[in-house]
Ligand binder design. Structure first.
Ligand code: PHE
Length: 525
């Protein structure tokens, strides 16, 4: 309370040794007083009511011998007092002196008294040599005892310390300032104004804790964007900049018809095996697709058509109607392409445009004139989850994300596909790309995409692509001169490379590091 009241009155306390503690008449210069004050300062500091700086001082206290001298005088003074004045009684023999003042005092005091010329020899005895003395040692020690210091200085102090009459002690004193929560009341201030306080009127007499605008605050437990979402957003923007529209991809469950058959994937293809695809048991069967399209798809598989010999294997309706977790987002692209071909099939489509196209074109992508057969060009993309029955390891999970782009127009060539991919990968910061012939049941030709990875110093596979086959497009109703090409890649691989993550399980799934997500950089260049 003394500290707070002094601060309130004076603004600050320059030296705590000047405080007069309750019940005392002298300022708190002693070591013990400063220790008492320090206790109070620390408790006020913990509540941010004050701030203080500490300063060190050296002070001196008396040893027990020093205290005795301060009370009774130095040995030499006691010797002087004991011996007689010249002419007043017989000189005192050393044996008598020892008896009078004690062995120790006689021994030390005699020599010093001689040195000071306070006593003299007369025959075998000792007499006073002066009428009065000034016992400087006693006076010095008395000064040290009361002030902790000696004005006459260092040399004398050093001598007193050597004589073991004085001991040096390190002491502290403090300067004190108001803290952010300064108040003259040590009662714990209220932090909230409650309904009870309003009802009872207690608010009128309560003291409230001041706002601490310098407090850092608790880090908000809000959401953090997952690295996959950040990279997804970046890729999504790249597609949008290139004029692509996003496809709806919310159906994780597809029928084998839309995931495989409509893409001309043979019904015996190994990718359709249980060990590669997750099938749904309840419900086990999909609703039937539109009958005439279904018929055209089953026919091209079984007997061919559109210039194809087909697979010439018996068609299984049961295989086609199985439900599964989609193994690629190309299942969603297939739905969209089927929808895009609706006008070509002569179906009623409202207006001249639908949500993904921009009306009829008078020419192909390369400027050759075309008549309006209902086809509308489209550039579509999607980024969403797919599922595969993989053996999980550091780079494989049973679910991951695919990025997919699809372009439909007349007169498109393989060079257009390569050109699109070059622009697309360049936007992702990948400039060095190479293409390698590959095989997909639904594209011909097909290309695997490799990118040079400067950190790994090698070419790594980054995607798969191709021109969709007529066996897929023509049963949908697209005119013969419509070309559709597409490419796909995983979202996880570029994210792992960007964020330096070498185990996919730290990125996705139940072992995800929340801390890693919260601390991951907003953008990686
Ligand atoms: N569906 C392919 C895959 O899963 C990617 C792809 C998309 C290939 C479009 C060609 C065309 O790897």
């Amino acid at each position: 309370q003394l500290v707070l009241d002094t601060l309130d009155g004076q603004g600050s306390i320059k030296d705590t040794r000047l405080l007069v503690l309750p019940g005392q008449s002298e300022p708190a210069t002693s070591h013990d007083s400063q220790i008492t004050i320090l206790g109070a300062l620390n408790s006020l500091l913990s509540r941010d009511m004050i701030k203080y700086d500490s300063h060190e001082v050296i002070s001196y206290i008396l040893s027990s011998e020093g205290m005795q001298i301060a009370r009774e005088g130095s040995h030499e003074a006691r010797v002087w007092a004991a011996v007689p004045t010249k002419g007043q009684g017989a000189p005192m023999t050393p044996a008598q002196l020892k008896k009078e003042v004690g062995d120790a005092t006689a021994k030390v005091g005699q020599g010093n008294a001689f040195k000071q010329k306070w006593i003299a020899k007369e025959g075998d005895g000792l007499i006073k040599a002066v009428d009065s003395i000034k016992d400087v040692t006693q006076l010095d020690l008395q000064e040290i005892e009361s002030t902790g210091d000696l004005k006459s200085g260092e040399r004398v102090l050093a001598d007193l310390r050597k004589r073991k009459l004085v001991v040096q002690r390190k002491g502290q004193w403090f300067t004190v300032h108001k803290g952010v929560n300064f108040s003259t009341s040590t009662a714990k201030p209220e932090t909230d104004l409650t309904a009870d306080m309003l009802a009872s009127g207690a608010w009128k007499t309560s003291t409230f804790k001041k706002y601490n605008f310098e407090a850092e605050g608790i880090p908000p437990a809000g959401g953090a964007l997952h690295p996959l979402l950040k990279v997804r957003e970046e890729i999504r923007n790249n597609f949008l900049e290139m004029g692509f529209a996003e496809m709806p991809t919310s159906s994780f469950v597809e029928s084998a018809f839309w995931c495989f058959d409509a893409l001309f994937v043979p019904q015996q293809h190994p990718a359709r095996d249980l060990q590669d695809t997750f099938y749904i048991s309840d419900p086990a069967k999909s609703l039937p697709p539109e009958p005439s399209y279904y018929k055209r798809v089953s026919t091209v598989h079984e007997h061919g058509g559109y210039g194809s010999t087909g697979y010439r294997a018996p068609w299984s309706h049961e295989e086609s109607s199985k439900l599964l977790l989609r193994t690629h987002t190309t299942a969603s692209s297939t739905h969209m392409l089927y929808k895009l071909a609706a006008r070509c099939r002569g179906e009623d489509v409202e207006g001249d445009e639908n949500e993904f196209t921009h009306g009829a074109r008078a020419t192909t992508a390369h400027g050759e004139p075309v008549s309006d057969d209902g086809f509308r060009p489209a550039k579509l993309f999607s980024i969403d989850r797919v599922f595969r029955n993989e053996t999980m390891d550091a780079t494989h999970l049973a679910e991951f994300h695919q990025v997919e782009g699809v372009v439909a127009d007349k007169g498109l060539t393989l060079a257009d596909l390569i050109g699109f991919m070059r622009v697309f990968f360049k936007k992702m910061g990948i400039e060095k790309v190479r293409f390698k012939p590959a095989y997909n049941p639904y594209t011909e030709p097909s290309l695997e995409i490799f990118a040079f990875h400067p950190m790994l110093d090698k070419w790594v596979e980054v995607g798969n692509s191709g021109m969709f086959r007529p066996e897929m497009l023509e049963p949908m109703g697209f005119p013969k001169d419509v070309r559709v090409h597409g490419w796909g890649l995983s979202l996880e691989r570029p994210t792992m490379i960007r964020y330096g993550i070498n185990n996919i399980r730290t990125l996705l799934g139940h072992k995800v590091s929340i801390e890693g997500i919260e601390n991951s950089a907003a953008v990686m260049m």
